[in-house]
Write a protein that binds this ligand. Structure first.
Ligand SMILES: *[C@@H]1O[C@H](CO)[C@@H](O)[C@H](O)[C@H]1NC(C)=O
Length: 456
């Protein structure tokens, strides 16, 4: 069993509060939007479709590469979220929720009727509609002051770079917040106001993906299986059995989650953040959570126990829409991962030796197409623990890179080496597209030029 989250990440943040039932699956949400949309939008969509069609034809007309006004849009084909045709200069004067003084960004003031408000905004900004169902905004953050650990800020920079790399490769936007938006919501609570603000700032995003500052992407190819989450509004890593049978507060990890940009999520954040330090109910929740989760060692209410509580005690209200993902490393505990990285590296190199198409050099922008080819060779790799697939997200729970106050279970050096190793393991997947690689995963400072047709 997992003891990891003992000192649940302090430097990075975590959770929020719940309520109702946002049946709004995106598809229905936006198909409604389509139905209600006026003729001009329909016309626009037809034009979009036409553009998509044009883009798929093998057009080599050199005039495509000049910025002639008429052809410009053919280059900016929508469809895949990675190639947005967003109209960034269009915000019509029609009133939206942004003009409503009752809609507040602050966590204390719940937003109501959000699905309708968001739908309305999208109707007025049709260039953001194509691909909206799978559009993801990553949100992360860390403290506003310098890290106490002398190398803490350096490490956070590397963790941030790692997220930027992942987002660039997959065409996701990222928002990094480093201020407490609600001054009392420190540490792991700080993520909640950030996530709520991000939902309002990005009505074009269907999902907000919170990723703790001390979590690193260690598989740059892997994509979230969003299809699997179609009927859900919230995804968190964990084990249902541990929630319901063992009532453990580490049955889930709230350091990484996906939350759908919808009213249900606003309600969830409302209920969840009521357990937070800004709330008059904070002390009460500390007691409730500690008596509910016998393995919880500290008194204060924390976001992770709070979420586990909602799953355990208010299952009928929230459980149906929360997907507890345990089938791959939606986030994984670094201690069980880091030792496997060398063998995984060897395994992948071995496969590449035998498959020329995998080692073909390519533009970073088309990396996803190679990720797809890789999948064919990873059918036997498995997922998660004991697999030889690259772990998707490695979470340095307990390492506290910023404060340096790591869990006493590990030595600082163990944490540091592990972070270096994982970050360089990830970096190799990125740097390779730029022609370089680290030779040694523990040597962050040197690289070698990758020979042509490496690793044949
Ligand atoms: C790595 O592979 C070697 C050789 O197959 C094996 O003996 C070793 O146990 C593996 N290490 C890990 C951590 O899986």
């Amino acid at each position: 069993m997992v003891i990891p989250q003992l000192v649940q990440t302090q430097a990075s943040y975590s959770s929020m509060a719940p309520k109702q039932n946002c049946k709004s699956k995106v598809s229905s949400l936006f198909s409604d939007g389509f139905l209600c949309a006026g003729g001009s939008i329909v016309a626009l969509l037809v034009v979009w479709a036409f553009w998509s069609f044009m883009s798929t034809s093998p057009n080599t007309d050199p005039s495509f590469f000049t910025s002639s006004v008429g052809k410009k849009s053919a280059l900016e084909t929508p469809g895949e979220p990675t190639s947005p045709g967003f109209d960034l200069r269009y915000d019509p004067p029609d009133p939206t929720f942004y003009d409503d003084p009752d809609v507040r960004y602050t966590i204390e003031k719940p937003v109501k009727n959000w699905d309708e408000k968001r739908r309305q905004w999208l109707k007025l900004h049709p260039s953001f509609v194509p691909g909206v169902e799978n559009r993801v905004l990553m949100v992360s953050g860390s403290q506003s002051t310098p890290c106490k650990n002398p190398i803490g800020d350096h490490l956070l920079l590397r963790f941030f770079k790692n997220k930027v790399d992942y987002c660039r490769i997959h065409g996701y936007d990222i928002f990094y917040n480093n201020i407490l938006l609600q001054p009392k919501m420190w540490s792991f609570w700080a993520k909640m106001p950030a996530v709520k603000a991000a939902m309002l700032a990005h009505p074009e995003a269907e999902w907000i993906w919170w990723v703790d500052s001390d979590a690193a992407f260690t598989d740059m190819d892997f994509k979230l299986p969003l299809d699997r989450y179609k009927a859900h509004n919230f995804v968190v890593h964990g084990w249902e059995k541990l929630i319901y049978e063992q009532k453990s507060w580490t049955s889930i990890n709230a350091g990484v989650f996906l939350i759908r940009n919808c009213q249900w999520s606003m309600d969830l954040m409302e209920a969840w953040s009521k357990m937070g330090p800004q709330s008059p109910e904070y002390d009460k929740w500390g007691e409730i959570l500690r008596s509910t989760f016998k393995d919880k060692i500290f008194q204060e209410s924390d976001d992770q126990s709070g979420l586990a509580y909602l799953l355990l005690k208010e299952k009928e209200k929230w459980g149906d829409k929360i997907y507890v993902e345990g089938q791959y490393y939606f986030e994984g505990y670094w201690v069980e991962i880091v030792g496997t990285l060398d063998n995984i590296t060897d395994k992948y190199l071995g496969i590449e030796k035998g498959v020329p198409s995998l080692r073909r050099r390519h533009g970073e922008k088309v990396s996803e197409s190679y990720g797809k080819v890789w999948e064919e060779h990873l059918k036997d790799a498995g997922y998660g623990r004991y697999s030889w697939r690259r772990p998707f997200i490695t979470h340095f729970t307990g390492c506290q890179p910023c404060s340096g106050d790591h869990n006493q279970m590990y030595s600082g050096e163990t944490c540091f080496d592990a972070m270096q190793k994982a970050l360089n393991f990830a970096d190799n997947q990125v740097l390779r597209k730029y022609g370089y690689m680290h030779k040694d995963l523990l040597d962050s400072s040197s690289v070698f030029p990758v020979p042509f047709d490496f690793p044949a």
